[in-house]
Design a protein around this ligand. Sequence first.
Ligand code: ATP
Ligand code: MG
Ligand code: ZN
Length: 399
Amino acid sequence: MSYQVIARKYRPAKFSDITAQEHVTRTIQNSLRMGRVGHGYIFSGLRGVGKTTAARIFAKALNCQRLTDDPDYLLQVTEPCGKCESCRDFEAGTSLNISEFDAASNNSVDDIRALRENVRYGPQKGKYRVYIIDEVHMLSIAAFNAFLKTLEEPPPHAIFIFATTELHKIPATISSRCQRFNFKRIPLDAIQKQLQSICDAEHIVVEGDALQLVGRKAQGSMRDAQSILDQVIAFSAENDHDGAISYQGVAELLNYIDDDTMFDVTDAVAAQNPVKMLDVAQFVIKNGYDEQDFLEKLIEHLRNFLVVQNLSSTKLIERPDAVRERYQRDAGNFSPRGVMQMADFLLLTQKELKFQFEYQFRFELALLKLIDLVHAPLSSSTSTATTPSPQKKKPLSST
Ligand SMILES: Nc1ncnc2c1ncn2[C@@H]1O[C@H](COP(=O)(O)OP(=O)(O)OP(=O)(O)O)[C@@H](O)[C@H]1O
Ligand SMILES: [Mg+2]
Ligand SMILES: [Zn+2]
């Protein structure tokens, strides 16, 4: 049996399998029920959140024989049946009623002309031909213009779905002729749940919060999460726990900086302990962690403090319970203003580090400076996060 990557093996086959995009699937299902289907759609959103998947299911539903012939089924179920000839063709990838066109590599006017030519012919079987144009923002202006007329007077059988990760690059002349759907970043708990059900289906044992680490790394993209899971499964197969996925294993594989290290930083600030702070900096450098990555995580860590301080609740912190409790406890060590100052300063440092050479030295210095930022008396009412405290001569940026 050939191996299939998870992202393909678990590609949703019906609307209800698509996670976290109900605002899109519900509207499309309603339009199917009411028989009010448009000719142009724009699906926008981050990579790997279900745009192509939703477009394919939509195309399958439009041609499903059961949905066409059985009004009760259409009203009550509104999903492609998966059993009729058309649905089977779609699932086998042999349907002629769907064409996928990659605008990143076919973006000339000639390519669009060829597509327009193709659009004139109706489907042999079924009602609709669906054209999915991926990465549509890569089309040239001339190519967009060549397309306009087709979009204005499309043949009744043609439906265009434009998918893009960069909505703002699509000319208004095109987007105003389409129905627009914005796909959301997928929330961590939804990703985690999906990964868990994949592991269950694959009979893979997972330790407590290991999948949360995978999900966090994916930053809202389901495809990324599933690709990382592939990697994690391969990695875990080698250990001696029967292929079980452990938290430690995932942390190691992803070169993950754990929450404890972040708390080490805030502890050092609270205790005004530069020695401890230098230890953390050395730890990061020695273990080959990326400094930028570390700062990114540290900023998120501070954001979590602000959440607790402002909402007096840890509801919005996506962490295991023990870590949330620690946020609750430690939030009292700082004023919200102090936390904000640190965050502002780190954001600035992050930008500056990109252009610096003595990278590690500056990284250490920035961490040390956090202690100062929070504890030095404010110099005047105009003092901001990025102005140096009185005893420091220069901000990091002025060299
Ligand atoms: N909302 C979702 N629910 C369930 N699975 C999803 C979802 N989004 C993505 N996936 C999984 O990720 C894979 C890739 O998704 P898809 O091709 O639809 O992403 P996309 O939004 O078109 O991304 P890109 O912008 O990179 O083209 C799918 O095969 C599926 O396994
Ligand atoms: Mg896609
Ligand atoms: Zn069907």
